[in-house]
Design a protein around this ligand. Sequence first.
Ligand code: PLP
Length: 494
Amino acid sequence: MDKIKNRITDRSPLDLDYDTMKEMGYQVTDIVAKHLSSLRSQPVYVTMPRDEAEKLMPKEPPMEGSSFDAIMQTLNHDVLPNTAREPHPGYIAYVPSCPTFPAVLGDWFVSGFNFFTGLWDMAAGINQMELVVIDWFRQWFGMPQGTGGLMTPGGSAATHTAVVAARHHVLGTDYADITRLVIYASDQAHSSVMKAAWMAGIPRSQVRKISVDDQFKMKVEELITTIHQDRESGLLPLMVVASAGTTNTGTVDPLHEIADFCENEKIWLHIDAAYAGFSILTERGKQALSGIERADSITIDPHKWLFVPFECGCLLARDPSLLRDAFQVNPEYLKDAAASQSKVNFSEYGEQLTRASRALKIWMSVNYFGMQAITEAIDRAMDLTLFAEELMKENPDFEILSPAQFGILCFRIHPKGMDHSSELETLNQEICNRVVAEGSYLIATTRLRGELALRICILGFRTGKEDVEGVVSSVVSNAKAILAESRVVADHSL
Ligand SMILES: *Cc1c(COP(=O)(O)O)cnc(C)c1O
């Protein structure tokens, strides 16, 4: 007894005192604030091969600790620079994430207090905040009272949660028919839809990709025929996933038509609005997304257009009791914490038991800036994308492959007389590589109807007119340089 008691130290060295914590916290704050306020002078994208990255830090964990200064030194010099800068004004590839500073501090609070948001009683105040934030979303999306949901690590997790809930709704606890389930989405739907279906045990061959029209919208006729055929051959249509802003082009599927059909056929309608969802705060976004309020569930991603850091997704569900039916377990060791009517245990609505607060960072950012400023930032990004399209239309060497929708624009350089797909592809891929290599702008390519396209996606609030002009002129000057170097220069000069 005494032997054990005596070897226990009075205080663990892990338990730092107030002054030390404060000093360390200020150092980190200073590094982050410097980083965020000097992004424009940094390269937007730095990467390195694995074998070089391996030299950056020792592989063995140290037995003895080091000074905080030394750790900051290693991070500052070796690690932090070798990354893409998502919040950079020139980060206009994929779907950027550009968090506000209050939202960043929100995450710092969340780690600092380490709230446990799986169970109501562990964090009543913070859980109430999640309910409040989800109700903001409900109102923004025009969903009825009673709609609920939960914050998730991202859009992929939100969609997965919806598919599992729909599966439970259709099959209950008898899985004999799981191999008969079918999910439908357009061939432009995000890859996370397929993954969600796979994880939920839907046979891979029964994730149907419905083709799209010339505007990349799901062909509803084909959806209807496919579902009727599937029913006739004894399959069970589980869910239609409509896109409300595809990642490729920003296209919105015909939501009302799809909703009419799903209502008649009693098929769960899930709408993936991970990318474009928060544009609903703007007038034009609200118009473009009309019909989204008819969904049974919606995936949205605050870590995209609500300007909060990773990770932050959200699932809205018209009938949240269907989530609870699918995910509630009530094991013995959680009996004490079982929810009464009025308390919400978020762990009963999705996969995670231990979960961090994702609502706090949203709440902090929205309270600090107010909805007007946030809405204007979304509108501004859409205007910048329209501005990019205007600039390109002034130059006949640009071909718009998909017009500005939300913040997305797809285009290519198409010199007069160069009409071979493969030549155009080589040229535009090389333009992309060179623009990126210059370090000011990160853009990327995608493929539309088989053709290589350059794609920009403007979302962040640091991006400005000068960046739109800058990236357009960088595309033009690189195209000129490539054509001048190549043998075809005589035929295809810009
Ligand atoms: C980003 C995105 C997703 C996936 O969301 P994650 O947060 O990356 O998991 C799904 N659908 C669409 C349309 C997206 O843009």
